[in-house]
Write a protein that binds this ligand. Sequence first.
Ligand code: SF4
Length: 312
Amino acid sequence: MTIRHPEKINKPVNPVKKKPYWIRSKLTNSKEFFLTKTIVNQNNLITVCQEANCPNITECWSKRHATFMIMGDTCTRGCAFCDVKTGKPGKLDPLEPFKISSTVKKLNLKHAVITSVDRDDLDDGGANHFYEVILETKINNPETTIEVLTPDFLRKGESYKKVIDAGPDVFNHNIETVPGLYRQVRPGSRYFASLDLLKNVKKINKNIFTKSGLMVGLGENKYEILQVMDDLRSAEVDFLTIGQYLQPSVKHHPLNRYYHPDEFKELEIMAKSKGFLLVSSSPLTRSSYHADEDFAKLQKNRVNQTNAKSIS
Ligand code: SF4
């Protein structure tokens, strides 16, 4: 049996706390859910929905909304919150851009979300592969908008610019947690490098919506969350998602606490007051949750904002 997280073998055992009543996945085993599953399997694709054990999978797949994970199922980082398998990844699949592109067509997606594992083993961190996947998907699906959720491309120079060159509609990179918890939660990453990536995307192409996500329940306090919001706004991030951290196993970072839905509402109000174009904040919010509907809202809010500016 292969060990899913070899770097966590010697970590302490942190019992998983019982979930409160408001954290319940919807059980909708619809025909559409099985159709999505069949199409994903037939095309040998990997999804973050399955790999990260996402609680929203039945709901999302019932709407044919699957988030593709490219460049394999094995991540080169060992984040303490994440359930994606870690280790030494295999070679890139040169046919993957075509597989993704044809699956987007089969699923008839209006908005496709593409993410990846971290590929620190590649000179460009996988930026060129992202480029190929986005381009091929666009060629085959000219009406489909594309959202990418990328790694940080840390120590890969300006390779991230290749992803911007492909012209995604939304560029998402998750900040994940507050800076004070990076050493425990995201040891291979750097808070200010993630912020810089988001800032640079906006600097290079103002038309691309930028997006970032924060998990709560890892041990942060309210003032640290507010600071992250301010930092993201300084980087001109358009869209913030806030969701509850769910501890995947006893070897993962210990859950500090479950936030009540009212607290998520409060965070949403605070984030909106800081000027984000859109905020999604709820216990089950994930970066790609409702991404298609949220993209339409982003477009509408941008038009309204531009109109308001031209009047004032
Ligand atoms: S929220 Fe995202 S990762 Fe989770 S099932 Fe939906 S699309 Fe997949």
